[in-house]
Design a protein around this ligand. Structure first.
Ligand SMILES: O=C(O)[C@H](O)CO
Length: 321
C-alpha cells in the first residue's frame, strides 16, 4: 500500500545529517548511495522533491524521470549555473537555492587565497622542499603588500560584500567593484562602482565574485589580462568558467600578472598533470569555498527547510523566482 507521505530524493550520500534528519522527520527520504548520474535519474522517479546536492547538470532528463508530481527542487549550493532554470520554470516546479549561509566561509577562503598567492606560499614551499631557501637575502621572494592597495571586486553581491568587509581590516586604500548597478552596501563600505576595464587597470588584487552567466562566461580572457597590472593578483572563488583558463595560464607564465589564487577551475576536478598545477605563482584549492563544518551544516539545514516549504506549498526561504 502506498503511503501519502511525500517522497524526496537527496542526490548525494554525504548530505550533512542536520538537514537530512529534518527531511526524514517530514518525508520518505531516499538518499543516493553513490554519485553516479544513472542512480540519481533512476531514484528520482516518483518523488515530489529533490535536494540536489551535486553540482551536476540538472535538466529535463531528471525532471522527466521524476515525473509530473515533482513539486520542488532545491540546490544545496549558492551558485546554480548547472541548472536548466527555464525547463524547471516551464513545468511550474518551485526552485530554491542556498545563498547567504556560505558567504563568510567563502569570503574567508578568498582572503586566504589573496594572501597565499600575493605572498607566494606555493613557491615558498617549493623552495623549502628543493633546499633553495635563501637566508638573509632582503630581496628574495618578495610579494605584494595588501595595506594601501586597491582592490577590485567583480560582482558586488553578497559574497563580494563580505570580502570587502573583511578587507577593511587590512587597511586597503581603495575598494572598487564592477557589476550591473551601484549598490547601497557599496556606499556603506566606501566601495565605488567602476566599469570593468578601469577596475582591471587600477586594481592590485582582483576578486572574481560574480555568478557564472552568459554575460560573465569567459569574461577574463587575454584582453582582460592585458589590462591588468603585472603586479596584480587574481582571486577566483566564483566559477572556473568566468576565466579563459588557457589565457590565464599564459598570463601567469609570461608574468603578465603576478599570481593567481583559484578555488574554482574548469573542469572540476582538474585533469591529471594540468598546466595550472605546474605554475608556482598559482595557488589552488579544490572548490573548498563553503567547506567548513558549521557552514555545511547550516547549508544543509537551510536547503532542507527550503525544500519542506516548497513541498508543503509555502513560499521557499530562498526561491529563485
Ligand atoms: O555555489 C556554492 O555554494 C559553492 O560554490 C559550491 O558549489
Amino acid at each position: 500500500m502506498s503511503s501519502n507521505i511525500p517522497k524526496v530524493l537527496v542526490s548525494h550520500p554525504r548530505f550533512p545529517e542536520s538537514g537530512l534528519k529534518l527531511l526524514q522527520s517530514k518525508f520518505e527520504v531516499t538518499v543516493c548511495e553513490g554519485v553516479e548520474r544513472e542512480e540519481i535519474v533512476r531514484k528520482s522517479k516518483g518523488v515530489e522533491g529533490i535536494l540536489w546536492v551535486n553540482c551536476e547538470l540538472l535538466n529535463a532528463e531528471i525532471l522527466d524521470s521524476a515525473g509530473p508530481q515533482l513539486k520542488a527542487i532545491v540546490t544545496g549550493t549558492a551558485g546554480f549555473d548547472y541548472v536548466d532554470l527555464a525547463e524547471i520554470e516551464k513545468r511550474g516546479i518551485q526552485f530554491g537555492y542556498t545563498p547567504n549561509v556560505p558567504n563568510d566561509a567563502v569570503a574567508d577562503l578568498a582572503i586566504g587565497l589573496m594572501i597565499a598567492a600575493g605572498r607566494r606560499f606555493n613557491e615558498g614551499f617549493q623552495k623549502i622542499v628543493e633546499q633553495k631557501w635563501q637566508l638573509n637575502d632582503p630581496l628574495w621572494m618578495l610579494g605584494q603588500d595588501i595595506k594601501g592597495s586597491t582592490v577590485g571586486i567583480v560582482g558586488f553581491g553578497r559574497i563580494g560584500q563580505v570580502i570587502a568587509r573583511r578587507l577593511k581590516g587590512f587597511d586597503v586604500a581603495r575598494i572598487i567593484y564592477s557589476g550591473n548597478s551601484e549598490k547601497e552596501e557599496g556606499r556603506e563600505l566606501g566601495a565605488n562602482l567602476v566599469s570593468f576595464k578601469p577596475l582591471l587597470r587600477e586594481s592590485d588584487f582582483v576578486f572574481i565574485a560574480c555568478p557564472l552567466t552568459n554575460e560573465t562566461r569567459n569574461l577574463f580572457d587575454k584582453a582582460a589580462f592585458e589590462e591588468m597590472k603585472e603586479t596584480s593578483v587574481l582571486i577566483n572563488i566564483a566559477r572556473g568558467g568566468i576565466v579563459v583558463q588557457t589565457d590565464l595560464i599564459e598570463a601567469l607564465r609570461t608574468g603578465k600578472i603576478f599570481a593567481a589564487g583559484l578555488d574554482v577551475m574548469d573542469p572540476e576536478p582538474l585533469t591529471e598533470n594540468h598546466p595550472l598545477t605546474k605554475l608556482s605563482n598559482c595557488v589552488l584549492t579544490p572548490h573548498l569555498g563553503s567547506a567548513a563544518t558549521r557552514t555545511r551544516n547550516n547549508m544543509s539545514l537551510l536547503s532542507a527547510k527550503n525544500l519542506i516549504n516548497g513541498i508543503e506549498g509555502k513560499p521557499m526561504l530562498y526561491p529563485h523566482y
